[in-house]
Design a protein around this ligand. Structure first.
Ligand code: SF4
Length: 317
């Protein structure tokens, strides 16, 4: 689901992205930050291969199901949301995503009925856990839904107005008493984020950037915006001595110092990769940054593509 419910007042500030000469997204920028060569191979040479997996199908389907629950909860009632057939919704979305994936993969299957069923049960376990504790996470008291899958399309840098930041915010809620906005990104994970993922500045930068661009586009004072990762866990630790939560919340630092750092890094990405008209620059050097222990290559689709990314050129630091 792209562009779901949006509060009419906010709808007025939506921009037409088709008029933007160039657009960048968090995934583009973060890819460049890790390895400029991967960005070049993906976005200039357009060589990135098929990347669907059962995890991506589940992720999309889970987002849509939870987002539908929240839409009904805020626009109708909690009761109506609780009466939704979430299993049917999750299963239908998963099947649809899987079908799209198979089509994109030239008809070849990439999962099994067993794996699909396991993900469906995991998803239902999360949703049932969430429904029982829903009020801890989302309340209708003094809170309204600003939107679901809110489209951001706004110039990404003061130094180049032809490159737009483009992305979709999963959920935005407004506290009607404090007039505070909460920008929420839903993450599906197997066991939640560990301490390395929690302290990963590049991961956190997604919401830091969303905060900045939401403020730019909708005119909300930036200090009135909070950010939150809503991380759901498919699996719980077996034999844990303590009760475990299916949902982890993370509120990354997003003060002015952090925001400036993120913006500087976005500015240099744009300066390196785009000319003033928004064209991608093919005259630049895009280094192959494998990183320490080749950690950047681990999930890279060009990992074994030695023709496009020769092993000897990969910089390990
Ligand atoms: S394989 Fe490694 S070095 Fe090459 S593009 Fe991918 S991440 Fe970069």
């Amino acid at each position: 689901m792209k562009s779901g419910y949006i509060n009419p007042i906010y709808k007025l500030s939506l921009n037409d992205i088709s008029k933007a000469p160039a657009k960048i997204s968090y995934s583009q920028w973060s890819m460049f930050e890790k390895c400029p060569k991967q960005w070049k191979l993906s976005y200039i040479d357009k060589l990135a291969p098929f990347t669907h997996s059962i995890a991506t199908c589940f992720g999309t389907a889970f987002h849509e199901t939870l987002q539908e629950y929240l839409t009904v909860m805020y626009t109708e009632s909690v009761k109506a949301a609780n009466n939704l057939d979430l299993r049917d919704m999750l299963l239908t979305c998963m099947k649809m995503e899987y079908k799209k994936g198979v089509q994109a993969n030239n008809g070849e299957h990439f999962s099994t009925p067993h794996e699909l069923a396991e993900h469906l049960e995991d998803g239902m376990a999360i949703l049932e856990w969430f429904k029982k504790r829903r009020a801890q996470y989302f309340s209708t008291k003094n809170q309204e839904l600003v939107g679901i899958e809110i489209e951001l399309a706004v110039p990404a840098s003061d130094s180049n107005k032809n490159v737009f930041w483009y992305g979709f915010i999963d959920v935005v809620i407004r506290d009607t008493v404090l007039n505070k906005i909460k920008v929420i990104d839903i993450k599906t994970s197997t066991r939640g984020w560990n301490k390395y993922q929690k302290s990963d500045k590049l991961k956190a930068a997604q919401l830091v950037a969303y905060k900045k661009f939401f403020a730019d586009q909708f005119g909300t004072p930036i200090d009135n915006i909070d950010i939150e990762f809503f991380i759901v866990k498919r699996k719980l630790l077996e034999e844990s001595m303590f009760p475990q939560k299916r949902i982890q919340l993370l509120n990354p630092a997003s003060g002015s110092v952090t925001r400036k750092k993120v913006q500087r890094s976005i500015d240099s990405f744009i300066e390196h990769c785009f000319d003033n008209d928004g064209n991608k620059r093919i005259d630049q050097i895009y280094m192959a940054l494998a990183g320490r222990g080749a950690k950047n290559c681990k999930w890279c689709p060009f990992k074994t593509d030695y023709e496009n990314c020769p092993k000897e050129n990969r910089i390990r630091e």
